[in-house]
Design a protein around this ligand. Structure first.
Ligand code: AMP
Length: 270
């Protein structure tokens, strides 16, 4: 495994390589990231994992500073997976270029996390454009846990930059909590609580029947969960899993959730 700390080394390493698989991450790797990496290794000839905590996608400075980082542990995990290249750029390597990247979401897209985290997806799309231009992968592997992100990257980057976005299933712990680097910031009790919420919503989604009015049931469930677990839910909404339109049907729909537990913001979909 080769560690690449700047763009010159990266260009040299990837010269003449084809069928490149790219797995963008912000580090603090867990089994969710590992599942993406394994899929990439199966499908591609050369694989690049990036570890970059992207400042432009944080709408809150403290959140950026507190984001869990553990490069040594990450490198240990990656060595075991026999990944070809790890790219660990500094902020200036990504942003000190003359390339101006300006992607603006339209009004209809300002829903779910885009509504609650102003500028977040513009930051994600900005860094994903830059990373894709630098690495020039054939495929980018992304998790369904962040489905809104995946859909927006598909829309804004897949066609423009001629790269295929491969979506990968959400990996959960034994309590059904979706793995996330942010889980490192939770106490043991908060983790158990988050697992209970995930389990509850997985079974609630299964039980949703066609006859009942989702318009009433879902806001009621939101209130119920907030009171029971002393949490603040930003959104709990049933939406189409391809175009994110509000759905009144269970078919092709997912329940999208974002909430704060203690000081940590978690998202999931079921
Ligand atoms: P992050 O490091 O949180 O920016 O995530 C990097 C990639 O891993 C993104 O494409 C995420 O959607 C994906 N990912 C994060 N958590 C999971 C999970 N539990 N299961 C599958 N993919 C995940």
């Amino acid at each position: 495994m080769k560690i690449l700390l700047n763009n010159l080394d990266l260009n040299e390493a990837l010269y003449n390589k084809s069928n490149i698989g790219f797995i963008p991450t912000m580090g603090s790797l867990h089994k969710g990231h590992i599942s993406l990496i394994r899929k990439a290794i199966q499908q591609c000839d050369t694989c690049v994992v990036s570890i970059f905590v992207n400042p432009t996608q944080f709408n809150n400075k403290k959140d950026f500073q507190n984001y869990p980082r553990d490069i040594e542990k990450d490198l240990k995990i990656l060595r075991k997976l026999s990944i070809d290249f790890v790219y660990i750029p500094k902020i200036e390597h990504i942003y000190n270029t003359s390339n101006i990247v300006k992607i603006k979401l339209n009004k209809k897209e300002k829903i779910l996390c885009a509504k609650f985290r102003k500028g977040h997806f513009e930051g994600v799309l900005n860094v994903m454009t830059r990373l894709t231009n630098i690495i020039k992968p054939s495929k980018i592997f992304m998790g369904e846990k962040d489905l809104q992100q995946l859909i927006l990257v598909r829309k804004y980057i897949e066609k423009n930059l001629k790269v295929k976005i491969v979506s990968c299933k959400t990996i959960r712990d034994k309590n059904k909590l979706a793995l996330s680097s942010r889980n490192n910031l939770l106490s043991k009790d908060e983790k158990l609580k988050a697992g209970k919420i995930a389990r509850y919503l997985i079974s609630f989604k299964k039980q949703l029947s066609i006859k009942k009015s989702f318009k009433k049931i879902i806001p009621n469930k939101k209130k119920y969960l907030e009171e029971l677990h002393d949490i603040k839910i930003e959104y709990l909404e049933l939406r189409n899993k391809f175009n994110l339109k509000i759905s009144s049907k269970k078919k092709n729909a997912k329940l999208f959730l974002a909430y704060n537990i203690g000081k940590v913001r978690l998202i999931d979909n079921f």
